[in-house]
Design a protein around this ligand. Structure first.
Ligand SMILES: Cc1ncc(COP(=O)(O)O)c(C=O)c1O
Length: 475
Protein backbone atom coordinates (compact mmCIF):
# COMPACT_ATOMS: atom_id res chain seq x y z
CA UNK A 1 0.00 0.00 0.00
CA UNK A 2 2.79 2.39 0.95
CA UNK A 3 4.77 1.88 -2.24
CA UNK A 4 1.72 2.03 -4.48
CA UNK A 5 0.40 5.07 -2.67
CA UNK A 6 3.74 6.84 -2.99
CA UNK A 7 3.93 6.17 -6.71
CA UNK A 8 0.36 7.38 -7.26
CA UNK A 9 1.02 10.44 -5.12
CA UNK A 10 4.18 11.18 -7.12
CA UNK A 11 2.18 10.97 -10.36
CA UNK A 12 -0.39 13.47 -9.09
CA UNK A 13 2.26 15.85 -7.74
CA UNK A 14 4.08 15.63 -11.06
CA UNK A 15 0.83 16.50 -12.83
CA UNK A 16 0.35 19.58 -10.65
CA UNK A 17 3.99 20.65 -11.14
CA UNK A 18 4.29 20.10 -14.89
CA UNK A 19 0.75 20.79 -16.07
CA UNK A 20 1.63 24.27 -17.32
CA UNK A 21 4.29 22.85 -19.67
CA UNK A 22 2.03 20.14 -21.09
CA UNK A 23 -0.21 20.55 -24.15
CA UNK A 24 -3.69 21.71 -23.18
CA UNK A 25 -5.54 19.17 -25.31
CA UNK A 26 -4.79 15.86 -26.97
CA UNK A 27 -7.26 13.41 -28.48
CA UNK A 28 -6.46 9.98 -29.91
CA UNK A 29 -8.30 8.24 -32.72
CA UNK A 30 -10.45 5.25 -31.84
CA UNK A 31 -7.96 3.05 -33.72
CA UNK A 32 -5.16 4.24 -31.48
CA UNK A 33 -7.11 3.89 -28.25
CA UNK A 34 -8.07 0.32 -29.14
CA UNK A 35 -4.47 -0.51 -30.02
CA UNK A 36 -3.05 1.05 -26.86
CA UNK A 37 -5.69 0.26 -24.26
CA UNK A 38 -8.20 -2.38 -25.23
CA UNK A 39 -7.59 -5.86 -23.79
CA UNK A 40 -9.65 -9.02 -23.40
CA UNK A 41 -11.20 -9.49 -19.93
CA UNK A 42 -8.16 -9.87 -17.64
CA UNK A 43 -8.35 -13.33 -16.10
CA UNK A 44 -4.92 -12.93 -14.50
CA UNK A 45 -3.54 -9.86 -12.76
CA UNK A 46 -0.94 -7.46 -14.18
CA UNK A 47 1.79 -5.82 -12.08
CA UNK A 48 0.35 -2.53 -10.90
CA UNK A 49 3.46 -0.59 -12.01
CA UNK A 50 2.79 -1.66 -15.59
CA UNK A 51 -0.75 -0.37 -15.28
CA UNK A 52 0.37 2.94 -13.81
CA UNK A 53 2.84 3.26 -16.70
CA UNK A 54 -0.02 2.74 -19.13
CA UNK A 55 -2.02 5.46 -17.43
CA UNK A 56 0.94 7.85 -17.35
CA UNK A 57 1.88 7.26 -21.00
CA UNK A 58 -1.38 6.73 -22.78
CA UNK A 59 -4.33 7.91 -20.74
CA UNK A 60 -3.65 11.09 -18.79
CA UNK A 61 -1.70 12.90 -21.56
CA UNK A 62 -4.42 12.19 -24.13
CA UNK A 63 -7.12 14.31 -22.58
CA UNK A 64 -8.40 17.83 -22.57
CA UNK A 65 -6.71 19.32 -19.52
CA UNK A 66 -9.54 21.31 -17.98
CA UNK A 67 -7.28 22.08 -15.02
CA UNK A 68 -4.51 23.58 -17.22
CA UNK A 69 -3.84 27.30 -16.63
CA UNK A 70 -4.24 27.96 -20.37
CA UNK A 71 -7.41 25.92 -20.77
CA UNK A 72 -9.80 28.73 -21.70
CA UNK A 73 -12.49 26.62 -23.41
CA UNK A 74 -15.92 25.45 -22.21
CA UNK A 75 -15.99 25.79 -18.43
CA UNK A 76 -12.47 25.13 -17.14
CA UNK A 77 -12.19 23.04 -13.98
CA UNK A 78 -9.08 24.13 -12.14
CA UNK A 79 -8.64 22.01 -9.02
CA UNK A 80 -6.53 22.23 -5.90
CA UNK A 81 -4.35 19.64 -4.25
CA UNK A 82 -6.18 19.74 -0.91
CA UNK A 83 -9.43 18.71 -2.61
CA UNK A 84 -7.63 15.96 -4.49
CA UNK A 85 -6.49 14.61 -1.11
CA UNK A 86 -10.10 14.98 0.03
CA UNK A 87 -11.23 12.74 -2.85
CA UNK A 88 -8.61 10.17 -1.90
CA UNK A 89 -9.76 10.17 1.73
CA UNK A 90 -13.36 9.94 0.59
CA UNK A 91 -12.71 6.83 -1.49
CA UNK A 92 -10.36 5.34 1.06
CA UNK A 93 -12.98 5.48 3.79
CA UNK A 94 -15.95 4.86 1.51
CA UNK A 95 -18.43 6.59 3.80
CA UNK A 96 -22.05 5.92 2.88
CA UNK A 97 -23.48 9.42 2.95
CA UNK A 98 -27.11 8.50 2.30
CA UNK A 99 -28.59 8.70 5.79
CA UNK A 100 -27.93 10.16 9.19
CA UNK A 101 -27.44 6.87 11.04
CA UNK A 102 -24.59 5.83 8.75
CA UNK A 103 -22.97 9.21 8.29
CA UNK A 104 -24.01 11.62 11.02
CA UNK A 105 -20.70 13.50 11.03
CA UNK A 106 -20.29 13.35 7.25
CA UNK A 107 -23.89 14.52 6.82
CA UNK A 108 -23.12 17.39 9.20
CA UNK A 109 -20.16 18.36 7.04
CA UNK A 110 -22.42 18.31 3.97
CA UNK A 111 -25.01 20.43 5.82
CA UNK A 112 -22.27 22.83 6.84
CA UNK A 113 -20.85 23.38 3.35
CA UNK A 114 -24.37 23.73 1.98
CA UNK A 115 -24.99 26.33 4.67
CA UNK A 116 -21.87 28.26 3.60
CA UNK A 117 -23.10 28.26 -0.01
CA UNK A 118 -26.61 29.21 1.12
CA UNK A 119 -25.24 32.21 3.00
CA UNK A 120 -23.07 33.24 0.06
CA UNK A 121 -26.15 33.21 -2.20
CA UNK A 122 -28.11 35.24 0.35
CA UNK A 123 -30.82 32.62 0.96
CA UNK A 124 -32.57 32.52 4.34
CA UNK A 125 -32.12 29.97 7.11
CA UNK A 126 -35.02 27.82 5.91
CA UNK A 127 -33.08 27.07 2.75
CA UNK A 128 -31.29 23.79 2.26
CA UNK A 129 -29.75 21.70 -0.43
CA UNK A 130 -27.87 18.67 -1.55
CA UNK A 131 -24.56 17.95 -3.24
CA UNK A 132 -24.93 16.11 -6.55
CA UNK A 133 -22.79 15.03 -9.48
CA UNK A 134 -22.92 18.37 -11.31
CA UNK A 135 -25.08 20.97 -12.95
CA UNK A 136 -27.09 18.53 -15.04
CA UNK A 137 -28.28 16.60 -12.00
CA UNK A 138 -28.86 19.80 -10.00
CA UNK A 139 -30.98 21.30 -12.79
CA UNK A 140 -33.00 18.13 -13.21
CA UNK A 141 -33.57 17.88 -9.46
CA UNK A 142 -34.66 21.52 -9.33
CA UNK A 143 -37.39 20.85 -11.87
CA UNK A 144 -38.60 17.89 -9.80
CA UNK A 145 -38.80 20.15 -6.72
CA UNK A 146 -40.58 22.87 -8.71
CA UNK A 147 -43.07 20.40 -10.17
CA UNK A 148 -43.92 18.93 -6.78
CA UNK A 149 -44.21 22.35 -5.14
CA UNK A 150 -46.29 24.02 -7.84
CA UNK A 151 -48.24 21.15 -9.42
CA UNK A 152 -48.09 18.33 -6.89
CA UNK A 153 -47.05 15.92 -9.63
CA UNK A 154 -47.03 15.39 -13.36
CA UNK A 155 -49.37 17.54 -15.42
CA UNK A 156 -49.41 17.46 -19.21
CA UNK A 157 -50.51 21.11 -19.25
CA UNK A 158 -47.40 22.27 -17.36
CA UNK A 159 -44.98 24.63 -19.12
CA UNK A 160 -41.39 25.61 -18.22
CA UNK A 161 -39.83 28.84 -19.50
CA UNK A 162 -36.11 28.97 -20.29
CA UNK A 163 -34.16 31.32 -22.53
CA UNK A 164 -32.52 30.59 -25.86
CA UNK A 165 -29.23 30.71 -23.91
CA UNK A 166 -30.24 28.12 -21.31
CA UNK A 167 -27.76 25.27 -20.97
CA UNK A 168 -28.70 22.10 -22.88
CA UNK A 169 -28.68 20.10 -19.62
CA UNK A 170 -31.93 21.80 -18.68
CA UNK A 171 -33.68 20.71 -21.87
CA UNK A 172 -32.24 17.23 -21.48
CA UNK A 173 -33.46 17.10 -17.89
CA UNK A 174 -36.94 18.15 -18.94
CA UNK A 175 -37.02 15.41 -21.54
CA UNK A 176 -35.85 12.81 -19.00
CA UNK A 177 -38.60 13.96 -16.64
CA UNK A 178 -41.22 13.41 -19.29
CA UNK A 179 -41.85 16.99 -20.41
CA UNK A 180 -42.61 17.09 -24.13
CA UNK A 181 -41.22 19.77 -26.44
CA UNK A 182 -44.60 21.50 -26.34
CA UNK A 183 -44.13 21.94 -22.57
CA UNK A 184 -41.04 24.10 -22.77
CA UNK A 185 -40.37 27.53 -24.17
CA UNK A 186 -36.95 28.89 -25.13
CA UNK A 187 -37.81 32.57 -24.73
CA UNK A 188 -35.88 34.99 -26.94
CA UNK A 189 -33.01 36.98 -25.47
CA UNK A 190 -32.18 40.64 -26.08
CA UNK A 191 -29.06 42.01 -27.79
CA UNK A 192 -27.06 41.31 -24.59
CA UNK A 193 -28.33 37.71 -24.47
CA UNK A 194 -30.53 38.44 -21.44
CA UNK A 195 -33.89 36.71 -21.20
CA UNK A 196 -36.46 39.20 -22.46
CA UNK A 197 -39.09 39.81 -19.78
CA UNK A 198 -41.73 41.16 -22.23
CA UNK A 199 -41.23 38.09 -24.44
CA UNK A 200 -41.60 35.87 -21.36
CA UNK A 201 -44.79 37.59 -20.28
CA UNK A 202 -46.23 37.33 -23.78
CA UNK A 203 -45.42 33.61 -23.96
CA UNK A 204 -47.03 33.01 -20.56
CA UNK A 205 -50.15 34.91 -21.47
CA UNK A 206 -50.48 32.93 -24.70
CA UNK A 207 -50.03 29.67 -22.83
CA UNK A 208 -52.60 30.57 -20.18
CA UNK A 209 -55.05 31.55 -22.89
CA UNK A 210 -54.50 28.13 -24.49
CA UNK A 211 -55.29 26.38 -21.20
CA UNK A 212 -51.71 25.52 -20.32
CA UNK A 213 -50.15 25.77 -16.86
CA UNK A 214 -47.00 27.91 -16.57
CA UNK A 215 -45.21 26.74 -13.40
CA UNK A 216 -41.48 27.45 -13.63
CA UNK A 217 -39.02 29.97 -15.05
CA UNK A 218 -35.37 29.01 -15.48
CA UNK A 219 -33.00 31.97 -15.40
CA UNK A 220 -29.23 32.06 -15.92
CA UNK A 221 -26.66 33.45 -13.52
CA UNK A 222 -23.86 33.28 -15.97
CA UNK A 223 -24.78 31.70 -19.30
CA UNK A 224 -22.13 29.28 -20.49
CA UNK A 225 -21.90 31.09 -23.82
CA UNK A 226 -21.26 34.63 -22.67
CA UNK A 227 -21.45 34.84 -18.84
CA UNK A 228 -24.66 36.85 -19.16
CA UNK A 229 -26.87 37.16 -16.08
CA UNK A 230 -30.61 37.34 -16.70
CA UNK A 231 -32.65 40.14 -15.03
CA UNK A 232 -33.23 38.10 -11.88
CA UNK A 233 -35.07 40.79 -9.91
CA UNK A 234 -37.58 41.38 -12.68
CA UNK A 235 -38.00 37.65 -13.24
CA UNK A 236 -38.55 37.10 -9.52
CA UNK A 237 -41.26 39.77 -9.59
CA UNK A 238 -42.97 38.08 -12.55
CA UNK A 239 -42.76 34.68 -10.83
CA UNK A 240 -44.15 36.07 -7.56
CA UNK A 241 -47.03 37.73 -9.41
CA UNK A 242 -47.82 34.64 -11.51
CA UNK A 243 -47.20 32.06 -8.78
CA UNK A 244 -44.27 30.42 -10.59
CA UNK A 245 -41.09 28.79 -9.31
CA UNK A 246 -37.88 30.65 -10.20
CA UNK A 247 -34.90 28.38 -10.76
CA UNK A 248 -31.55 30.05 -11.35
CA UNK A 249 -28.96 28.00 -13.21
CA UNK A 250 -25.75 29.35 -11.72
CA UNK A 251 -23.83 26.12 -12.37
CA UNK A 252 -21.06 28.19 -13.87
CA UNK A 253 -21.47 31.67 -12.43
CA UNK A 254 -23.14 31.49 -9.02
CA UNK A 255 -19.92 30.63 -7.17
CA UNK A 256 -18.69 34.12 -8.05
CA UNK A 257 -21.24 35.48 -5.57
CA UNK A 258 -18.53 34.92 -2.95
CA UNK A 259 -16.84 38.04 -4.35
CA UNK A 260 -18.12 41.61 -4.32
CA UNK A 261 -17.95 41.78 -8.13
CA UNK A 262 -19.87 38.54 -8.44
CA UNK A 263 -22.51 39.75 -6.02
CA UNK A 264 -22.89 42.99 -7.94
CA UNK A 265 -23.23 41.06 -11.21
CA UNK A 266 -26.10 38.92 -9.90
CA UNK A 267 -28.63 41.18 -8.17
CA UNK A 268 -31.70 39.20 -7.23
CA UNK A 269 -29.97 35.83 -6.88
CA UNK A 270 -31.33 35.57 -3.35
CA UNK A 271 -34.89 35.79 -4.70
CA UNK A 272 -34.63 32.42 -6.44
CA UNK A 273 -36.64 29.40 -5.30
CA UNK A 274 -33.71 27.20 -6.26
CA UNK A 275 -30.13 27.70 -7.42
CA UNK A 276 -27.70 25.38 -9.20
CA UNK A 277 -24.08 26.10 -8.23
CA UNK A 278 -21.25 23.79 -9.29
CA UNK A 279 -18.21 23.66 -7.03
CA UNK A 280 -16.47 21.64 -9.79
CA UNK A 281 -16.50 24.74 -11.96
CA UNK A 282 -15.57 28.08 -10.34
CA UNK A 283 -14.90 26.69 -6.85
CA UNK A 284 -11.87 24.69 -7.92
CA UNK A 285 -13.07 21.21 -6.96
CA UNK A 286 -12.30 17.99 -8.84
CA UNK A 287 -15.27 16.36 -10.61
CA UNK A 288 -18.00 15.46 -9.71
CA UNK A 289 -19.43 18.11 -7.46
CA UNK A 290 -22.56 20.10 -8.10
CA UNK A 291 -24.97 21.64 -5.63
CA UNK A 292 -28.67 22.38 -5.63
CA UNK A 293 -29.91 24.96 -3.13
CA UNK A 294 -33.62 25.37 -2.45
CA UNK A 295 -35.14 28.41 -0.73
CA UNK A 296 -37.40 26.17 1.35
CA UNK A 297 -35.61 22.90 2.11
CA UNK A 298 -38.94 21.18 2.69
CA UNK A 299 -39.61 21.27 -1.04
CA UNK A 300 -36.61 19.05 -1.67
CA UNK A 301 -37.83 16.64 0.96
CA UNK A 302 -41.33 16.70 -0.48
CA UNK A 303 -40.02 15.95 -3.97
CA UNK A 304 -37.53 13.19 -3.18
CA UNK A 305 -38.72 11.54 0.05
CA UNK A 306 -39.35 7.81 -0.23
CA UNK A 307 -43.11 7.50 0.27
CA UNK A 308 -44.19 5.55 3.34
CA UNK A 309 -46.23 3.17 1.22
CA UNK A 310 -43.30 2.41 -1.08
CA UNK A 311 -42.07 -0.16 1.43
CA UNK A 312 -38.48 0.72 2.11
CA UNK A 313 -38.84 -1.91 4.80
CA UNK A 314 -35.18 -2.58 5.36
CA UNK A 315 -34.64 1.18 5.90
CA UNK A 316 -37.25 1.36 8.68
CA UNK A 317 -34.62 1.43 11.43
CA UNK A 318 -32.85 4.20 9.61
CA UNK A 319 -35.90 6.41 9.30
CA UNK A 320 -36.67 5.90 13.01
CA UNK A 321 -33.37 7.63 13.76
CA UNK A 322 -33.76 10.52 11.36
CA UNK A 323 -32.36 13.75 12.80
CA UNK A 324 -34.08 16.97 11.90
CA UNK A 325 -35.20 15.59 8.55
CA UNK A 326 -31.72 14.96 7.22
CA UNK A 327 -31.43 11.68 5.42
CA UNK A 328 -29.80 12.85 2.23
CA UNK A 329 -31.39 10.00 0.27
CA UNK A 330 -34.66 11.84 0.96
CA UNK A 331 -33.33 15.01 -0.70
CA UNK A 332 -32.20 13.65 -4.04
CA UNK A 333 -32.15 10.81 -6.54
CA UNK A 334 -29.46 8.62 -4.97
CA UNK A 335 -29.71 6.26 -2.02
CA UNK A 336 -26.08 5.17 -1.94
CA UNK A 337 -24.01 8.30 -2.31
CA UNK A 338 -20.43 9.26 -1.61
CA UNK A 339 -19.10 11.77 0.91
CA UNK A 340 -18.67 14.44 -1.77
CA UNK A 341 -18.77 17.23 0.78
CA UNK A 342 -15.39 16.22 2.17
CA UNK A 343 -13.24 17.84 -0.51
CA UNK A 344 -15.15 21.12 -0.50
CA UNK A 345 -15.13 21.32 3.30
CA UNK A 346 -11.45 20.39 3.51
CA UNK A 347 -10.35 22.97 0.95
CA UNK A 348 -12.60 25.77 2.23
CA UNK A 349 -11.41 25.21 5.79
CA UNK A 350 -7.76 24.82 4.76
CA UNK A 351 -7.54 27.88 2.49
CA UNK A 352 -10.28 30.05 3.96
CA UNK A 353 -12.92 31.84 1.92
CA UNK A 354 -10.68 34.88 1.47
CA UNK A 355 -8.34 32.74 -0.63
CA UNK A 356 -11.27 31.44 -2.68
CA UNK A 357 -12.35 35.05 -3.27
CA UNK A 358 -8.87 35.96 -4.49
CA UNK A 359 -8.83 32.91 -6.79
CA UNK A 360 -12.26 33.73 -8.25
CA UNK A 361 -11.22 37.35 -8.77
CA UNK A 362 -8.46 36.19 -11.14
CA UNK A 363 -11.15 34.99 -13.57
CA UNK A 364 -12.85 38.40 -13.60
CA UNK A 365 -9.51 40.17 -14.05
CA UNK A 366 -8.18 37.91 -16.78
CA UNK A 367 -11.33 38.10 -18.91
CA UNK A 368 -11.10 41.90 -18.67
CA UNK A 369 -7.40 41.80 -19.55
CA UNK A 370 -8.21 39.63 -22.59
CA UNK A 371 -10.93 42.04 -23.71
CA UNK A 372 -8.58 45.03 -23.37
CA UNK A 373 -5.88 43.25 -25.39
CA UNK A 374 -8.35 42.32 -28.13
CA UNK A 375 -9.55 45.92 -28.30
CA UNK A 376 -5.95 47.07 -28.94
CA UNK A 377 -6.02 45.34 -32.34
CA UNK A 378 -8.71 46.57 -34.76
CA UNK A 379 -8.69 43.21 -36.56
CA UNK A 380 -10.58 41.75 -33.59
CA UNK A 381 -14.23 42.46 -32.96
CA UNK A 382 -15.65 41.99 -29.45
CA UNK A 383 -18.98 40.15 -29.61
CA UNK A 384 -19.69 40.25 -25.87
CA UNK A 385 -17.51 42.08 -23.34
CA UNK A 386 -15.97 40.37 -20.32
CA UNK A 387 -18.80 39.17 -18.09
CA UNK A 388 -18.33 36.76 -15.21
CA UNK A 389 -14.99 35.63 -16.60
CA UNK A 390 -16.04 35.12 -20.25
CA UNK A 391 -15.30 37.20 -23.34
CA UNK A 392 -16.38 36.37 -26.92
CA UNK A 393 -14.90 37.77 -30.13
CA UNK A 394 -14.31 37.33 -33.87
CA UNK A 395 -11.62 38.03 -36.45
CA UNK A 396 -12.82 40.90 -38.58
CA UNK A 397 -12.58 41.03 -42.38
CA UNK A 398 -15.07 43.42 -43.92
CA UNK A 399 -14.20 42.20 -47.44
CA UNK A 400 -15.43 38.65 -46.79
CA UNK A 401 -18.92 37.14 -46.61
CA UNK A 402 -20.04 35.95 -43.14
CA UNK A 403 -20.16 32.31 -44.29
CA UNK A 404 -16.51 32.43 -45.37
CA UNK A 405 -15.48 34.08 -42.10
CA UNK A 406 -17.42 31.51 -40.09
CA UNK A 407 -15.66 28.62 -41.85
CA UNK A 408 -12.31 30.28 -41.25
CA UNK A 409 -13.09 30.77 -37.57
CA UNK A 410 -13.80 27.06 -37.19
CA UNK A 411 -10.60 26.21 -39.01
CA UNK A 412 -8.65 28.59 -36.74
CA UNK A 413 -10.07 26.76 -33.70
CA UNK A 414 -8.76 23.45 -35.08
CA UNK A 415 -5.34 24.94 -35.82
CA UNK A 416 -5.16 26.39 -32.31
CA UNK A 417 -6.11 23.06 -30.73
CA UNK A 418 -3.44 21.28 -32.76
CA UNK A 419 -0.91 23.91 -31.65
CA UNK A 420 -1.58 22.85 -28.05
CA UNK A 421 -0.37 26.02 -26.33
CA UNK A 422 -3.82 27.05 -25.17
CA UNK A 423 -7.33 25.72 -25.70
CA UNK A 424 -9.83 28.18 -27.14
CA UNK A 425 -13.06 26.97 -28.69
CA UNK A 426 -16.02 28.61 -30.37
CA UNK A 427 -19.68 28.96 -29.57
CA UNK A 428 -22.72 30.03 -31.59
CA UNK A 429 -24.08 33.50 -30.92
CA UNK A 430 -27.16 34.69 -32.79
CA UNK A 431 -26.54 32.11 -35.49
CA UNK A 432 -22.83 32.74 -36.04
CA UNK A 433 -19.73 31.21 -34.46
CA UNK A 434 -17.60 33.33 -32.14
CA UNK A 435 -14.39 32.59 -30.29
CA UNK A 436 -14.81 32.28 -26.56
CA UNK A 437 -12.25 32.73 -23.79
CA UNK A 438 -12.95 31.71 -20.19
CA UNK A 439 -9.73 32.26 -18.22
CA UNK A 440 -10.88 31.32 -14.71
CA UNK A 441 -7.87 29.25 -13.67
CA UNK A 442 -6.31 31.05 -10.67
CA UNK A 443 -2.92 30.57 -12.33
CA UNK A 444 -4.00 32.38 -15.52
CA UNK A 445 -1.81 35.38 -16.33
CA UNK A 446 -1.70 38.31 -18.74
CA UNK A 447 1.49 37.20 -20.53
CA UNK A 448 -0.02 33.86 -21.49
CA UNK A 449 -3.26 35.48 -22.56
CA UNK A 450 -1.31 37.89 -24.78
CA UNK A 451 0.59 34.97 -26.32
CA UNK A 452 -2.67 33.07 -26.82
CA UNK A 453 -4.26 36.01 -28.62
CA UNK A 454 -1.16 36.38 -30.81
CA UNK A 455 -1.32 32.69 -31.73
CA UNK A 456 -5.05 32.96 -32.40
CA UNK A 457 -4.38 35.83 -34.79
CA UNK A 458 -1.79 33.66 -36.55
CA UNK A 459 -4.27 30.79 -36.77
CA UNK A 460 -6.92 33.13 -38.23
CA UNK A 461 -4.37 34.40 -40.77
CA UNK A 462 -3.38 30.83 -41.66
CA UNK A 463 -7.02 29.83 -42.05
CA UNK A 464 -7.54 32.85 -44.35
CA UNK A 465 -4.45 31.95 -46.41
CA UNK A 466 -5.64 28.34 -46.72
CA UNK A 467 -9.08 29.38 -47.93
CA UNK A 468 -7.52 31.88 -50.39
CA UNK A 469 -5.31 29.07 -51.78
CA UNK A 470 -8.31 26.78 -52.01
CA UNK A 471 -10.32 29.34 -53.99
CA UNK A 472 -7.40 30.01 -56.34
CA UNK A 473 -7.11 26.24 -56.79
CA UNK A 474 -10.78 26.05 -57.80
CA UNK A 475 -10.36 28.65 -60.58
C1 LIG B 1 -24.78 27.01 -16.96
C2 LIG B 1 -24.56 25.53 -16.93
N1 LIG B 1 -25.56 24.74 -16.49
C3 LIG B 1 -25.43 23.40 -16.43
C4 LIG B 1 -24.26 22.79 -16.83
C5 LIG B 1 -24.15 21.29 -16.76
O1 LIG B 1 -23.27 20.97 -15.72
P1 LIG B 1 -22.52 19.55 -15.62
O2 LIG B 1 -21.68 19.46 -16.86
O3 LIG B 1 -21.74 19.67 -14.38
O4 LIG B 1 -23.56 18.49 -15.56
C6 LIG B 1 -23.20 23.57 -17.30
C7 LIG B 1 -21.94 22.93 -17.77
O5 LIG B 1 -21.04 23.57 -18.26
C8 LIG B 1 -23.34 24.98 -17.32
O6 LIG B 1 -22.36 25.78 -17.75
Amino acid sequence: MQALGERALAMVIDHFETNRDAPTARTLSREDTVRLLHTPPPEEGTPIDVLLDTLAQHVFPNTFKADHPRFYAFVPSPTNFVSVVGDFLMSGHNVFAGHWLASSAASQIELTVIDWLRQACGLGEGAGGILVSGGSMANLSAIVAAREAKLGGHDMRAVVYCSDQTHSSMFKGLRILGFGREQRRAVATDAQFRLSVPALEAAMAADRAAGRLPFCVVANAGTTNTGTVDPLEELAAVCAREGLWLHVDGAYGAAAVLTERGKAAMPGLALADSITLDPHKWLFQPYELGCLLVRDARHLQQAFRIDDDDHADYLADVSRHIQQDVNFYDRGVQLTRSFKALKLWLSMRAFGLAEFRRAIAVGFDMAEVAEAMLREDPRWEIVTPAQLGIVTFRWRDDAEAPAVLDARLRRAVDLMRADGYALVMSTMLKGRPALRLCPIHPGANADEIRETIARLAQCCAMAAAESARASIGSL
